[in-house]
Design a protein around this ligand. Structure first.
Ligand SMILES: [Zn+2]
Length: 607
């Protein structure tokens, strides 16, 4: 509800998500002034370090976060978009051991691989950090210290399996043995994969280390720290209840964890491992916790904050520069914080991480909006990292440019339910939406203009009813597109954008300047001028989805930049007659049936 005369900062900021200003109303200077710039902090769930992510991971967090960040920047908002690699824990240690490299070296290399792939997909992070950074060490130890001071940490002595051969305690899932329920001989200490029975490591018959296979195991006492989430249950529930605009998927998962069974449980935040953030109380040693590290789930979300500190260091900024995004007492009170994640990550982001922040009793920024996703399935089954099933980020970029994948993934984002990648569907979306509709439109109008008028916008003629009708349709669709983008309704936004492309294509087909030209060159010139002006208009609106094609379109039209259109008529008069352009290379190529069949076969088996 932005244009009401009264314009306090807060409702306007909320309007960015729910009720965008009606930008196609008659220009009103007062109205324009009420659309103040917002500050938007965006984080994507941080990918784990041990391997390359598949397209299902990509569309479940990083890619939609990038879409939103690009859109918010294009609308003139100040954006801080952060992501990182999640580097601690046993899986990283084991993956490093397999390659024969020290875990620090392995993580540094894999971080670089993931950072390069993120660049390949044009993910526009302001910083792509590492949870193993010194900044995250300091902040994680700081939060633990604050939580202890405030009574939210409990020290618990428990019994855990120790492997003498491996010289380490074994997490439950790294103990294997025979299932007492079904007799399966590779049951894990936490669960039998065969019969799904939940297990305790001591239930297993003939237990052995999954790391070395050694059966030289014993139960030893060890001390661990627990975050007393149960003490914050009511506070967390009140906070979640206050988030009336959150997607049902997000709140229903949070409520389930708050209320099911015995309710929200306290959680261990330390582990007997070598690789991780040493347990300290702020900068002080923690007696009895020597040689232990924080559990990866505890330090990983704190990396969202640390990534901003890393950003500051990497860019010669001050402490104050990053803290104004995260401390409500140091400038973050007007920040809107939006998180993106798959549904499996929702409990940590609605309960555990907020409990860490609330329990610190410091004014750190809590999340304002959580956009969560269902799963993307692959060709009749599931993507699987362990089985190498599906298309992984490196493989995708090896066969087609990023825009092809970005368009398909975002226009099929698993928002209200799981969605499925099939090669037929991918081929169809690329060939129809990108090649036939958008690519063909740009190619046709620029080539026709070159052949009849040369490579500059032609003069002559005037727009009539047909153009006015297109302007009206585009105005309505632009308003809808913006509303969907601001509400982060990604599939709806993609549908609207496609319709905006179709409108231009249909206009050109119906106006048929190639037929008009013979009898009335001036009328043909007016049609071509109108259609050429649609190219930068499309480039600007499409940039959040397909940034490379958008840049190619702007470059071809010789436009250094193109502001977001606030008025369709004005936007379609930007290229005046005489403005030079170049015919761009084909924006998108089609996928042949042979290629589709080949890829389908190539990706059917093991990676
Ligand atoms: Zn079993």
């Amino acid at each position: 509800m932005p244009a009401q005369g009264v314009a306090p900062a807060r409702p306007e900021r909320r309007a960015f998500i729910r009720a965008p200003p009606a930008l196609n109303e008659a220009p009103d200077p007062k109205h324009r002034q009420t659309r103040i710039m917002a500050r938007i902090l965006i984080t994507s769930a941080i990918p784990y370090i041990n391997g390359i992510k598949h397209l299902g991971n990509l569309v479940g967090s990083q890619l939609p976060a990038d879409l939103y960040a690009r859109y918010a920047r294009a609308r003139g908002h100040e954006v801080m978009f952060l992501c990182a690699t999640d580097e601690h824990g046993t899986p990283a240690e084991l993956a490093a051991a397999k390659t024969g490299k020290p875990v620090e070296v392995y993580c540094a290399e894999m971080h670089q691989v993931q950072a390069d792939l993120a660049r390949g997909f044009r993910l526009s992070f302001d910083h792509f950090g590492r949870s193993s950074s010194p900044q995250n060490h300091r902040l994680t130890q700081y939060f633990a210290g604050r939580l202890a001071e405030n009574g939210y940490i409990q020290e618990v002595t428990e019994k855990q399996v120790y492997s003498r051969a491996d010289n380490r305690f074994l997490p439950d899932r790294y103990i294997e043995g025979t299932c007492p329920n079904c007799g399966y001989d590779k049951a894990r200490g936490d669960q039998c994969e065969n019969c799904t029975k939940q297990l305790d490591p001591t239930d297993l018959i003939n237990p052995r280390s999954a790391i070395s296979g050694s059966t030289d195991l014993e139960v030893r006492e060890t001390k661990h720290l627990y975050l007393r989430q149960s003490l914050m249950r009511d506070e967390l529930e009140a906070w979640i209840d206050s988030k009336t605009d959150w997607p049902v998927l997000t709140t229903s998962i949070a409520k389930k964890w708050l209320n099911d069974g015995d309710g929200l449980q306290d959680r261990g935040i330390t582990r007997d491992l070598h690789w991780g953030i040493p347990v300290k109380k702020g900068d002080q040693d923690w007696p009895g916790m020597e040689g232990k590290v924080f559990y990866v789930w505890f330090d990983a979300p704190i990396e969202y904050i640390a990534a901003a500190a890393e950003w500051a260091e990497a860019n010669g900024k001050s402490e104050a520069d990053w803290r104004r995004w995260w401390r409500t007492d140091e400038g973050a009170a007007d920040v809107r914080y939006v998180q993106f994640m798959g549904k499996d990550n929702v409990p940590f982001h609605t309960l555990s991480f907020p409990a860490t922040i609330m329990g610190s009793r410091d004014p750190w920024k809590l999340v304002d909006y959580i956009k969560s996703f269902n799963y993307l399935n692959y060709d009749g089954g599931q993507f699987s990292t362990s089985q190498g099933r599906g298309v992984f980020m490196d493989q995708a970029l090896a066969i087609l440019p990023a825009d092809y994948w970005r368009w398909w993934l975002l226009s099929h984002a698993p928002e209200s339910s799981d969605s499925e990648f099939t090669w037929e569907n991918f081929q169809q979306a690329v060939n129809k939406d990108l090649a036939d509709v958008l690519g063909n439109f740009v190619s046709r109008v620029t080539k026709f203009c070159r052949s009849k008028f040369g490579e500059e916008v032609p003069a002559g003629g005037a727009w009539g009813e047909r153009e006015q009708a297109v302007i009206e349709e585009l105005g309505t669709r632009l308003t809808a597109y913006q509303a969907h983008m601001e509400a982060i309704e990604i599939r709806k936004a993609a549908t609207e954008l496609r319709a905006i492309w179709v409108a231009g294509n249909e206009y050109l087909q119906a106006a048929a300047p190639w037929a008009v030209y013979k009898d009335d060159p001036a009328a043909a010139a007016a049609i071509v001028r109108f259609a050429l002006n649609l190219v930068p208009f499309y480039a600007t609106l499409s940039a959040p989805f397909i940034p490379d094609a958008s840049a190619t379109m702007l470059e071809a039209m010789k436009m250094a930049n193109a502001d977001w259109p606030t008025d369709v008529t004005a936007a379609l008069e930007r290229l005046a007659s005489g403005h030079a352009f170049a015919v761009p290379e084909n924006l998108f190529r089609k996928i042949s049936d042979e290629e589709r069949a080949q890829w389908q076969a190539d990706f059917a088996g093991q990676r």
